[in-house]
Design a protein around this ligand. Structure first.
Ligand SMILES: [Zn+2]
Ligand SMILES: [Zn+2]
Length: 78
């Protein structure tokens, strides 16, 4: 799976649980949305596998039944 920046389409690097685009200097995280009701999914991490849970459908969603989008993360000023 390619991880390209939604803004500039450059390949992003992986950095401490999030994606970093060097050209935009932005941090992105992957967020899953339910394909059925479009609600934001809760990410469940178990045994190295990622699953998603929809609180609206009250159902566990696999990666393939979720819309995965990159969302910009607010920059943490250090
Ligand atoms: Zn970018
Ligand atoms: Zn749902």
């Amino acid at each position: 799976m390619e991880n390209n920046c939604p803004d500039c389409n450059e390949l992003m690097g992986w950095d401490k649980g999030s994606y970093h685009c060097e050209s935009c200097d932005k941090i992105f995280i992957k967020q899953g949305y339910c394909q059925v009701c479009d609600a934001q999914l809760e990410k469940l991490q178990a045994c190295g596998a990622t699953n998603y849970f929809c609180n609206q459908c009250n159902e566990l969603k696999s990666r393939s039944s979720a819309n995965i989008v990159f969302e910009a993360k607010k920059a943490v000023s250090s």
